[in-house]
Design a protein around this ligand. Structure first.
Ligand SMILES: Nc1ncnc2c1ncn2[C@@H]1O[C@H](COP(=O)(O)OP(=O)(O)OP(=O)(O)O)[C@@H](O)[C@H]1O
Ligand SMILES: Nc1nc2c(ncn2[C@@H]2O[C@H](COP(=O)(O)O)[C@@H](O)[C@H]2O)c(=O)[nH]1
Length: 402
């Protein structure tokens, strides 16, 4: 982990001298990682500051602006920055709500290294910190016509406040009764291809002759609504999500037989004969991959719909997850973000002024990021925050940046 004190080192003073905006001084932070200094903050409208990123290269003395992926934090009245594990910078927004206080700028995670290779430019990525151990997103795959959509609809209908559907983008034409923005975001190939190049997608694949993809936003919208995200994607997409940081549960749905799959696909009556043939042909390969690749955590056979649905609910451990979520939220506190932060291992110490809490002394909170999960693209989950009295038993050797 980096050190908070680095913010005030000689190197950084030099950067402040050459490059920080004078009106924004005091709002920008500088975090050193090797020969790079990440300067975070930006133009000010007087009361708030937009959070931009630029990089100072110590070896060349030059500035660069990296490609920034993900949704950036909304403007704030200032922030603190702490480097974690040389791979991500924790940003704590001042005077923000508990839901919006912790953000991560990934600068050297596996996702960033991968994106650098793909996009061939310098990349950083934002992900919002989500408190508590929200249950993992669910990826559901299986051949066309096996009943994925039917099972997902049942789940969403029975647990409307628990699950949210990741609305994919596709270049295929809408079917009767399919609504744009609800079933899919229907789009043009050239537009979608550009958005893929711009890093807006978690995954995308060519499926049955059309382009399909899960945008980062589609997953984030569900997380923001406090719901567990369900992705209905093909096996190629599942493979991409597996190597991403989404940290999902992967479920493959099989038909009881190939004949039954064909029967269901034809009975649905949504495809032309040519399209049915293409989907059945692809189904053979998907079934082979799904059953044998080790990609999936669970395989369910959708023979009798109700039986399969009950198995799905069981493996999702719905009751257990609900209990766990409730217990977790009871332990956490809503601290207003305070005046100074410092670090202890994977824990960030936050000092809040008493006025915000209605007491006379200072108040201390620990923001625990030791077991964070996920990350860009998407949300960084598993942040915990709790109150402490650091002077009570002398166990914390506190250094603060104030
Ligand atoms: N267990 C089942 N028994 C009989 N019919 C089923 C069963 N499950 C789903 N179906 C029917 O099979 C058809 C295909 O189901 P569905 O549209 O949910 O498949 P899908 O896997 O989502 O397909 P796609 O990948 O093409 O979107 C539908 O008409 C649905 O009502
Ligand atoms: N890789 C992705 N596959 C997706 C996505 N959204 C849907 N799909 C898969 O496409 C086929 C066909 O769907 P249909 O609606 O045209 O019948 C099916 O297997 C879906 O799972 C996506 O975002 N990415």
């Amino acid at each position: 982990m980096g050190e908070v004190q680095e913010i005030f080192s000689d190197d950084v003073k030099e950067v402040f001298a050459v490059g920080l905006d004078s009106e924004a001084r005091g709002y920008q932070t500088a975090t050193i990682l090797g020969e790079k200094i990440f300067v975070i903050g930006g133009s000010s409208d007087g009361s708030t500051l937009s959070i931009d990123v630029k990089v100072f290269h110590k070896s060349t003395g030059k500035w660069s602006v990296p490609k920034v992926l993900g949704t950036k934090p909304t403007p704030c009245k200032g922030h603190s920055a702490v480097l974690l594990n040389k791979e991500r910078i924790l940003i704590l927004k001042r005077d923000s709500t508990p839901e919006d206080c912790a953000w991560f700028l990934e600068v050297d995670t596996p996702f960033i290294r991968e994106q650098k290779k793909i996009l061939n430019v310098d990349v950083v990525a934002w992900s919002k910190g989500v408190r508590g151990y929200s249950p993992k997103p669910i990826v559901i795959s299986g051949p066309s016509g096996v009943g994925k959509g039917t099972l997902i609809n049942k789940l969403m209908k029975e647990f409307p406040s628990m699950f949210g559907f990741s609305v994919s983008h596709t270049t295929r034409a809408p079917r009767d009764k399919e609504k744009d923005g609800v079933h899919y975001h229907f789009t043009e190939r050239s537009i979608m291809e550009k958005e893929i190049r711009d890093g807006k997608f978690l995954e995308s694949a060519s499926v049955h002759g059309n382009l399909y993809g899960t945008s980062i936003e589609a997953v984030e919208v569900v997380a923001d609504a406090g719901k567990r995200c369900i992705l209905d994607i093909d096996v190629q997409g599942a493979r991409s999500v597996r190597v991403s940081s989404l940290d999902a549960v992967f479920i493959f749905i099989c038909p009881p037989s190939f004949e039954e799959l064909e029967k269901r696909l034809r009975a649905r009556g949504t495809e032309t004969e040519e399209q049915v043939q293409k989907r059945l042909c692809n189904a053979r390969l998907e079934l082979e991959l799904g059953r044998s690749s080790g990609l999936f955590d669970h395989i369910l056979v959708n023979d009798d719909l109700e039986t399969c649905y009950q198995s799905l609910k069981k493996l999702l451990g719905l009751d257990v997850s609900m209990e766990a979520t409730q217990q977790q939220s009871q332990k956490m506190v809503d601290a207003p973000l305070g005046d100074s932060e410092s670090e202890m291992d994977q824990k960030v110490l936050i000092q809040c002024r008493a006025s915000e809490l209605g007491k006379t002394s200072k108040n201390w909170f620990v923001l625990d990021v030791s077991s964070i999960k996920g990350g860009a693209p998407g949300r960084t989950r598993g942040i915990n925050m709790y109150a402490i009295d650091p002077f009570a038993d002398g166990q914390y050797g506190i250094k603060t940046s104030s």
